[in-house]
Design a protein around this ligand. Structure first.
Ligand code: FA5
Ligand code: MG
Length: 493
């Protein structure tokens, strides 16, 4: 079965993106030039040129209708994923823990090698600086930041009420360690276990998260999220909410909240849960959104007129649910997803007497804007010219030290059934590493007689610390071609 160009966007509530991206091959080229920042023209382009990437996130976990067509069971990916691309031994370790390779294993050595970097814990790293900023904004929340990235499918999906056929479980989107364990795709994977301990009524959980994805300046298969959770006693809810300093500071009350919160009203598609009274749900929702607006205003304090808007969203584990967007340099930029925690999650984690809210934000998204960092690969740089620019506690603008020339190569092939763009992206990542700046689908068409589909990808190669030679890039491209043939069964054209 042929899949749409991008299943996440194609099935999500982003009609414009969906229309264009599933359009015929002639549209693909136009789309790419419209959505991608300009390629190398000497000096680096202004941050505004990256914003189209940042403001058009793929709906991964927030997609209600996007389901797998061939799901097997809640605990298994739908079909065995493609094998890993470089040889992963039968016995391998992740952070010192042993695992055995399995038919479902699709985690690659390249990805495993990222698990010990823990950028959010590196002092003076922009991700850590931002994490600490947010933690200092929520001083009463317990910070948690050292949980193992390998979680069970129960934690990552079932504990959060993901239906068995949800697209987020697909092996094309998630790194499976084996049939029952994955690299967490979001920090929400730990919500239930931390709630169950009942040690903290509020916590901020920061971690590296992993998603099989396409390649461009704002997408990397590993990024960092921060999860905030706050619960309240059901019997004391009104008092706990209204006496919280954040409500007093913002001048909010249940009758006079900020205009952006009032503007986003609940609707039948974003409902109050049957387990909640309307008053309780509105109190939790008001506290959630007031807290987040206060946090974001403090992060972007140099812009007191920052415009914030709330977009109705869907997550299986919250209702009502929202995404917060801010207007930054003329573009709406999605910062986070959030909502009122599904009561059944609290009930089954020993918190039936409590209600609460949760949010999850992407640290790279915000750090790219706050520090003016134009390419997500830079966060992983070990180059001192990058690292030495940042100091704990300071938000400074990144000074690009150089922009080396780009070299692009195209590859066209006939695709076998079940081909997925993310499988190809993993090959490129494994062979080229961080030299792959961007992989764009520039053409796609179906042969009228054979019905076979052909795809053409353009790979932009650019090192962040040196000029690559043409011979070197040719060698890499040859390897990409060979592996695509061998591992994915494509027919090169
Ligand atoms: C989630 O991951 C939910 N777990 C968030 C959540 C938590 C909702 C608690 C409700 C309650 P989403 O896939 O939209 O949702 O990601 C959340 C944030 O992570 C996004 O708003 C964005 O800031 C960031 N993010 C998502 N995908 C990427 C990516 N590929 N690269 C960088 N940042 C990303
Ligand atoms: Mg989102």
């Amino acid at each position: 079965m042929l899949r749409p160009v991008c299943r996440r966007t194609a099935m999500a509530a982003a009609p414009l993106a969906a229309n264009v991206r599933t359009g015929c091959c002639r549209n693909v080229r136009a789309l790419c030039s419209a959505r991608h920042p300009p390629t190398n023209t000497g000096s680096p382009p202004p941050i505004a040129s990256y914003l189209p990437y940042l403001s058009s996130p793929r709906r991964f976990l927030s997609t209600p209708a996007a389901t797998l067509q061939d799901s097997a069971s809640p605990h298994h990916p739908p079909s065995p994923p493609k094998p890993d691309l470089k040889a992963l031994p039968n016995k391998f370790t992740i952070l010192g823990r042993p695992y055995t390779r399995h038919a479902h294993t699709n985690v690659t050595p390249t990805i495993i090698s990222k698990t010990d970097r823990r950028l959010h814990l590196q002092p003076n790293h922009p991700i850590n600086i931002l994490k600490r900023r947010i933690e200092s904004h929520f001083p009463s929340f317990t910070p948690i930041d050292s949980l193992d990235p390998v979680v069970t499918t129960q934690q990552n999906f079932d504990s959060l009420l993901f239906p068995p056929d949800h697209i987020g479980r697909a092996a094309t989107d998630t790194y499976y360690v084996n049939a029952n364990q994955v690299l967490r795709t979001h920090t929400s994977a730990h919500q239930a276990e931390v709630l169950r301990r009942r040690e903290d009524e509020a916590f901020l959980l920061t971690a590296d998260v992993y998603r099989r994805d396409e390649i461009d300046v704002s997408h990397y298969p590993v990024f960092h999220q921060m999860e905030g959770v706050r619960t309240f006693s059901r019997s004391e809810l009104e008092r706990e909410v209204m006496q919280d300093p954040v409500m007093k500071d913002s001048g909010s009350s249940s009758s006079s909240s900020s205009s952006s919160i009032q503007g986003a009203v609940l609707s039948p598609t974003n409902p109050i849960q049957p387990a909640h009274t309307r008053t309780d749900a509105l109190l939790v929702d008001l506290h959630l959104r007031t807290s987040l607006e206060s946090m974001v205003r403090s992060l972007f304090r140099e812009d007191p007129d920052l415009q914030i808007r709330w977009i109705e969203a869907y997550f299986p584990f919250t209702s009502p649910s929202w995404e917060m967007e801010v207007l930054y340099r003329g573009q709406w930029l999605e910062l986070l997803g959030c909502g009122v925690i599904q009561q059944s999650i609290l009930d089954s984690s020993n918190n039936a007497d409590r209600v609460g809210w949760a949010f999850g934000l992407g640290l790279e998204r915000i750090a790219m804007v706050m520090f003016d960092i134009p390419d997500i690969r830079l966060f992983w740089s070990r180059d001192e010219r990058f690292l030495n620019q940042f100091k704990a506690g300071d938000i400074v603008k990144f000074q690009p030290f150089s922009k080396f020339p780009v070299c692009y190569k195209d590859i066209s092939f006939w695709c076998p059934d079940g081909f997925h763009d993310n499988d190809f992206a993993d090959i490129v990542r494994d062979v080229a590493g961080d030299m792959a700046e961007d992989v764009k689908l520039i053409d796609k068409f179906q042969h009228p007689k054979t019905k076979k589909t052909s795809r053409c990808f353009r790979i932009n190669y650019r090192s962040m610390d040196r000029t690559c030679t043409n011979e070197e890039v040719d060698q890499i491209q040859d390897q990409v071609r060979r592996l695509a043939e061998e591992k994915l069964g494509v027919e090169l054209r």
